[in-house]
Design a protein around this ligand. Structure first.
Ligand SMILES: NC(=O)c1ccc[n+]([C@@H]2O[C@H](COP(=O)([O-])OP(=O)(O)OC[C@H]3O[C@@H](n4cnc5c(N)ncnc54)[C@H](O)[C@@H]3O)[C@@H](O)[C@H]2O)c1
Length: 255
């Protein structure tokens, strides 16, 4: 399928687990992929893999917590690849600790990456999308936003905020032909998940508990996510906006 022929797609955190899988899938569907990441080496690796497979991709050094870094990376991506058709806000970070044992400095970091970073990206990209009367935004939240998750209070607050923000932007920009939707992963086998398993003290026990609570009986893999993300980014989803979809093996079943 070549649904994204010549479309310019930005994926933040594109050097990571879910972001990397998403970039590679866009690349295989002929998009021109801008891999944004704070970890530039990881972004370069993903872009190189896409080019090696015959696709088009470039890596961009971007810290989404810094507005000047976001503006510079967006300007560079547009100059290199053209105006942005699709934005996937995927970069994220977490620590796994009961709220009472966290410090305000940790809240600030969680909020800066998981909420403010996405606001910066929307603010930088929306004006051009609105002027072109076309755009697709897919925000990666978490099932923690929908049902809560012990040890992830501030992260869950940010992701819940991202869901509410997405619905509002979906309303504000529907008249500009821009859709905004949300994908909520459940526990997925990436560096982030490895980190919070370690933070819990007994990684094997935590993973087993997650596995038992997931109806489809396994932890997610990064490649479980791109199908839903690319659907929201595609023309097939032209009449879908402000929606939230869990991709979590049935862990949460929302009405
Ligand atoms: N893995 C899970 O179990 C899980 C569950 C629910 C939601 N999510 C969400 O999925 C998304 C992807 O997470 P992942 O599991 O692939 O994690 P990951 O750690 O593999 O990838 C995250 C990427 O984000 C990048 N990043 C972090 N801070 C950044 C910043 N300030 N600027 C730019 N890039 C930055 C990292 O360098 C990394 O490459 C995140 O939004 C995460 O919250 C993951």
């Amino acid at each position: 399928m070549q649904r994204f022929e010549s479309k310019v797609v930005v994926v933040t955190g594109g050097g990571g687990g879910i972001g990397g899988a998403t970039c590679r899938r866009f690349g295989s569907e002929r998009a021109r992929v801008a891999v944004f990441d704070l970890n530039f080496a990881a972004a370069q690796k993903v872009a190189a893999d896409i080019r090696e497979a015959g696709g088009a991709a470039d890596a961009f050094d971007c810290d989404i917590t810094s507005r000047s870094s976001v503006d510079a990376a967006v300007a560079k991506a547009e100059a290199t690849l053209g105006p942005i058709d699709v934005l996937v806000n995927n970069a994220g970070w977490d620590i796994f600790r009961p709220f009472a044992k966290t410090e305000p400095a940790q809240w600030q970091k969680l909020i800066a990456i998981n909420l403010t970073g996405a606001l910066h990206m929307h603010h930088a990209v929306l004006p051009v999308m609105a002027a072109r009367r076309s755009g697709r935004i897919v925000n990666i939240a978490s099932d923690a936003a929908r049902v809560g998750s012990s040890g992830e209070a501030v992260y869950a607050a940010c992701k819940g905020g991202l869901v509410a923000f997405s619905k509002t932007i979906a309303r504000e920009h529907a008249r500009h032909g821009i859709t905004v939707n949300v994908v909520c992963p459940g526990p997925t086998d990436t560096a982030l998940f490895a980190g919070y398993k370690e933070g819990a003290g007994n990684p094997e026990k935590l993973e087993e508990a997650f596995r038992r609570s997931i109806p489809l009986g396994r932890i997610g893999q990064p490649d479980d996510l791109p199908g839903a993300i690319l659907f929201f980014a595609s023309e097939d989803a032209a009449y879908v906006t402000g929606q939230v979809l869990s991709v979590s093996g049935g862990l949460t079943m929302n009405g």
